[in-house]
Write a protein that binds this ligand. Structure first.
Ligand code: SF4
Ligand code: SF4
Length: 244
């Protein structure tokens, strides 16, 4: 997908002011496994920092890794109806001709419109900021898809195969990036997309705890200019971008 920078950012004169980040920061230990009977904690706020200056045009390793990790296969059905948890977008600034490429997935908003509009409570935000869909109570109304300004959600039109036990999917339900919640809960300390990007030598995706002032992601967010897509909507996303 190729679009102009203005359209991509979704606003006119883009404010370059820094985001208000990591309110109530606290020092916590590095990622560790969470026992199944221990609920997610608000002391963590998991997020991603995506450095578009390192993201390679034409590279889709993050997209491929997400599909493999989460059992999201795009080879079935028509391309128009493929489930898409993460996509690559190529952006051009018509003023300067500057081009950049970046992955877009659920932005794990702290004020998620998808949760606000969900009539059943299937769309929900965990205490640690991860936005998920409970497939057991999703009725497939797709209100959340219409509410999401990032077009981050997909409706599953077909019977699914190759599901992973930790990433349940189902025909007639809506799905999106889970921030690799299974990896977070077992203490991997990364996501499949971040791992794949690192393996390719780009290191454009950094996962971490925005609530931990000592985490690498918090340090980088404090010391470099980062932005959210559609900052004008004040959704307080947990996915930040450098270089947009
Ligand atoms: S990016 Fe979209 S699906 Fe994700 S939390 Fe925000 S509104 Fe919801
Ligand atoms: S965090 Fe996990 S689920 Fe989300 S886009 Fe990356 S690989 Fe996919």
């Amino acid at each position: 997908m190729s679009i102009t920078r203005r359209k991509f950012l979704g606003m006119g004169a883009a404010a370059t002011a820094g985001l208000s980040l990591a309110p109530g920061v606290r020092l916590i230990d590095m990622a560790e496994a969470r026992a199944p009977d221990v609920p997610a904690s608000a002391k963590n706020r998991w997020g991603l920092l995506i450095d578009t200056t390192k993201c390679a045009k034409g590279c889709s390793s993050c997209v491929d890794a997400c599909a493999t990790e989460n059992g999201v296969h795009s080879e079935r059905g028509s391309p128009e109806t493929h489930a898409e948890w993460i996509r690559k977008v190529d952006v051009t600034d018509p003023g300067t001709g500057h081009e950049f490429s970046l992955p877009v997935m659920c932005q794990h908003c702290q004020h998620p419109p998808c949760v606000d509009v969900c009539p059943t409570g299937a769309s929900f935000k965990r205490a640690d900021g991860i936005v998920l869909v409970d497939k057991h109570i999703c009725i497939g109304c797709r209100y959340c898809m219409m509410a999401c300004p990032y077009k981050a959600r997909s409706f599953e039109h077909e019977n699914v195969t190759g599901q992973k036990p930790y990433a349940p999917r189902g025909k007639g339900t809506v799905e999106s990036c889970t921030l690799c919640v299974q990896k977070i809960d077992r203490g991997d300390g990364t996501t499949a997309c971040a791992e794949a990007c690192k393996k390719e030598g780009h290191e454009a995706i950094l996962f971490g705890d925005l609530n931990d002032p000592e985490s690498e992601i918090s340090k980088r967010v404090r010391t470099t200019a980062t932005r959210a897509i559609r900052e004008d909507m004040n959704l307080d996303t947990s996915v930040r971008y450098k270089g947009i």
